[in-house]
Design a protein around this ligand. Structure first.
Ligand code: PEP
Ligand code: MN
Length: 352
């Protein structure tokens, strides 16, 4: 796979004119390896535009005649979609987020792909569950698909961090740890939900060593029937690609300076862990004191003021106070568990 591998095209195919226009424009962008065309659209609520279905496949087959070197792909969510995609000569298909969440459906859809020679892109499930994502990839391989590509489109979680889908970069990083050879793309459009952050997210993906991007591109985004807020124009795509800094992922070429910096990181991490271990040791002693004073493990006032102080220190140290808050929430939760364990031990000992 040549990096960056760019998949671009409209959220949905809407008309021959819209498709013709966008394909014409994308054919002039050499990095575009695959044109994404939404044919069937999964909609959260009924009554919205659900895609043109087979009609769109007919238009794609017609339009592509003028662009023999371009490759095309669409989402498939049912075995019949796969059969139609193959019948109309699509080169690739993708398994959408909502399908990846359902292993029964992934099984049925991938069975229909057997022997098709399709390239298959697998989007992450809406929940941050790396196992579901890996499971769908495995199901593709099980039916003999050789070209499997993962697509990170963010996660629908309680705190979305201002995005439509929170990127939670640690999840695709975890996927990469398990599957180092699996090509990994980022879909900044569905993460952002708005045009403006798309470029910045695309660069973050490159900085993290992703292999490419899946970007929604529409000739007239504001008039789009689906995802009008997040689609960008072909000209925006050209600008985005032109400004992209593609990072080298082979760390064997890392220079001496990088090596030394990593040694520093390792050292700091080990100090961090030792400090944490010492902190949990103190928490155990606190449990003993609380037991003697018959005090509850969780003391809301103390916790509130601690959090406030840590946030203030974070700002003084030039760190994001929200990050530091989340960090301490995790530590506090573990500290409560450690104290509970110590109390239980003490209770058992006093009864034995
Ligand atoms: C899409 O790519 O058009 C789409 C519906 O995405 P997702 O499955 O990531 O929501
Ligand atoms: Mn979309």
């Amino acid at each position: 796979m040549s990096r960056p591998y760019i998949v671009a095209g409209p959220c949905s195919v809407e008309s021959t004119q819209q498709l013709g226009e966008v394909v014409q424009a994308l054919s002039r962008v050499p990095q575009v390896a695959l044109v994404r065309c939404g044919v069937w659209k999964p909609r959260t609520h009924p009554g919205g535009f659900e895609g043109m279905g087979e009609q769109a496949l007919q238009w794609i087959a017609e339009v592509r005649k003028g662009f023999p070197s371009l490759r095309f792909g669409c989402e498939v969510a049912r075995p019949e979609h796969v059969e139609l995609a193959v019948q109309y000569g699509m080169d690739a298909v993708w398994i959408g987020a909502r399908t990846t969440a359902n292993p029964f459906m992934v099984q049925e859809v991938t069975e229909a792909m057997r022997g098709s020679g399709l390239e298959v892109l697998v989007k992450n499930a809406p929940s941050p569950d790396v196992q579901l994502w890996m499971g769908a990839v495995e199901r593709c391989r099980q039916v003999g698909i050789e070209d499997v590509v993962a697509v990170h489109r963010g996660f629908d979680v309680f705190k979305n961090g201002g995005y439509r889908n929170n990127p939670l970069w640690e999840v695709p990083i975890e996927l990469r740890r398990h599957e180092p050879g699996l090509p990994l793309l980022c879909d900044p459009s569905h993460i952002a939900g708005r045009r403006e952050p798309v470029k910045m997210l695309a660069q973050t993906a490159m900085d993290l060593g992703f292999d490419g991007l899946m970007v929604e591109v529409h000739p007239c985004p504001k008039a789009a029937l689906t995802d009008a807020e997040q689609q960008i124009t072909p000209a925006d795509l050209v600008e985005l690609i032109g400004g992209l800094v593609v990072r080298q992922t082979d760390s064997s070429v890392a220079d001496e300076q990088l090596h030394l910096l990593r040694e520093q990181i390792d050292l700091l991490d080990s100090q961090l862990l030792q400090t944490l271990a010492a902190r949990f040791g103190v928490a155990q002693e606190i449990a003993e004191v609380k037991e003697r004073g018959n005090l509850a493990v969780y003391q809301p006032k103390r916790w509130e003021s601690l959090l406030q102080q840590r946030r203030e220190s974070a700002v003084e140290l030039g760190m994001d106070p929200d990050f530091v808050k989340e960090f301490f929430e995790k530590i506090h939760a573990e500290s409560v568990r450690v104290q509970e364990r110590r109390l239980n031990q003490m209770n058992e000992n006093s009864h034995s």
